[in-house]
Design a protein around this ligand. Structure first.
Ligand SMILES: *Cc1c(COP(=O)(O)O)cnc(C)c1O
Length: 432
């Protein structure tokens, strides 16, 4: 079936570029850990005429008339989010993950307050207090990160830092941490110092839904997430929280507004104007898909695939940060090699394996070249790949890294093999 017939006619330049990207993604292994594939249904909702709609406010209290149907769209997205994660409150209006996190700062803190979070080189997100981001400019980051030797969180060190610095809020969440995060341990620390605990599950939401990763909802004040990445929804963010604020009395907060209300007000009118109803519709569709057993199986398989890939690479003598994975991602550790993470990422991409270079714990190279490559399995899992397929993927990665000094002699063959391999799988949103 011809996709986008109108676009093809009216704007062939953009149409062709979309076709090229789609061809590229169909013939390469997409191993960017933060990507996966949205379904046709999600794409259709996002491409609908709801894109024109203005509905500032929240369902039932808008600043515009004519919202009978979009109120129902947003309510469905909210109810499905609450059901999916077992949360008391949900806000589905943040334009993306970063604005969702921004709203949390505005709701819970005053400018200049201390926030505990991981710096970007340790695997944190920009919005967790990194210096070039609003969060590091307007708030004071108290940094923590995995132990440089073990690659894992050392809760005693984190507790000492928290007790010494007494941040008002603690971020727990990462972009490049290959192990499970024990939210309960962080909650204990947050309780000891009366800090808000906020989990950022952008990278791992599907693993939580599938029950293969600890659940932050029961022990965190707020949980933030993207609806894209492994959740396979539209590019947007959402917030989950309790309704009441457990520090309402202690911090003498305005009794008119509980936690849910303060988060909502921080999103609109605090930071944003009109909600993107076409995207919220796509989010509702993605949440419905995520409530199915198929989706849970996908979440389980993501981890099985990552483990199979890790075992295969370890078996070939490669080193992994933290020794392996129990999530969706692994980080090849090239500190002992002459080539850098960047060299490897470029060689892999030429050969048809798309990934990113990444710092490893204890890295001595600069963040612009690094000693690591981060590999994720969500996209390959969405295509239907299983453990035995990961062995083939590991073979290609091994061949690229072993031949990195004369990689140009090998890329043509490897790319061809990978392209043929990919053609055996469906790709959601691209090819049935
Ligand atoms: C991706 C990500 C975000 C931000 O999402 P954007 O939609 O890119 O703004 C926030 N936190 C974490 C941990 C992420 O991985």
């Amino acid at each position: 079936m011809e996709r986008y017939p109108n676009l093809k006619e009216s704007d062939p330049e953009i149409y062709d570029l979309i076709q090229h990207e789609s061809e590229y993604e169909s013939t390469t292994l997409k191993m960017i850990a933060s990507e996966s594939y949205a379904s046709y249904s999600v794409l259709e909702a996002c491409g609908s005429m709801l894109t024109d709609k203005y509905a500032e406010g929240y369902p039932g209290s808008r600043y515009y008339e004519g919202n009978e149907f979009v109120d129902q769209v947003e309510n469905l997205a909210i109810e499905r989010a609450k059901l999916l994660f077992g949360a008391e409150h949900a806000n589905v209006q943040p334009y993306s993950g970063s604005p969702a996190n921004h709203a949390v700062y505005r709701a819970l803190l005053k400018t200049g307050d201390k926030v505990m979070g991981m710096p970007v080189p340790s695997g944190g997100h920009l919005t967790h207090g990194w210096r070039v981001n609003f969060s590091g400019i307007d708030y004071e980051q108290v940094p923590y990160g995995p132990n440089p030797v073990t690659g894992r969180f050392d809760m005693n060190v984190i507790r000492e830092t928290a007790k010494r610095e007494r941040p008002r809020m603690i971020w727990v969440g990462a972009t490049a941490y290959p192990h499970k995060i024990e939210y309960k341990d962080f909650a204990e620390i947050a309780n000891e110092i009366d800090a808000y605990l906020v989990a950022d599950i952008a990278h791992i939401n599907a693993l939580i839904i599938a029950g293969v990763h600890p659940d932050p909802v029961p022990c965190c004040d707020v949980v933030t997430s993207t609806s894209h990445k492994m959740l396979r929804g539209p590019r947007a963010g959402f917030l989950l929280s309790t309704v009441e604020d457990r520090f309402q009395a202690k911090y003498h907060l305005d009794s008119k507004f509980n936690l849910a209300k303060r988060l909502d007000r921080a999103v609109f009118p605090g930071l944003q104007g009109g909600p993107h109803l076409h995207i919220i519709a796509g989010m509702a569709v993605a949440f419905k898909e995520a409530l199915t057993d198929d989706f849970k199986n996908y979440g389980v398989q993501i981890v099985k695939n990552a483990k199979a890939l890790a075992d295969s690479l370890l078996g070939k003598g490669w080193r992994l940060a933290g020794g392996g994975t129990d999530t969706h991602l692994l980080i090849l550790d090239f500190r002992n090699e002459k080539f850098t993470g960047k060299d490897a990422a470029i060689a892999l991409a030429k050969s048809g394996i798309i990934a990113n270079f990444n710092m490893v714990p204890g890295d001595f190279r600069s963040p612009f070249i690094t000693s690591g490559v981060r590999l994720g399995t969500p996209s390959l899992t969405a295509m239907g790949m299983k453990e035995q397929d990961m062995e083939l993927v590991a073979n290609w990665i091994d061949r690229v890294c072993k031949n990195i000094n004369n990689i140009d002699q090998h890329t043509k063959n490897i790319r061809q093999e990978i392209s043929e391999f990919c053609s055996k799988f469906k790709i959601p949103g691209i090819r049935e």
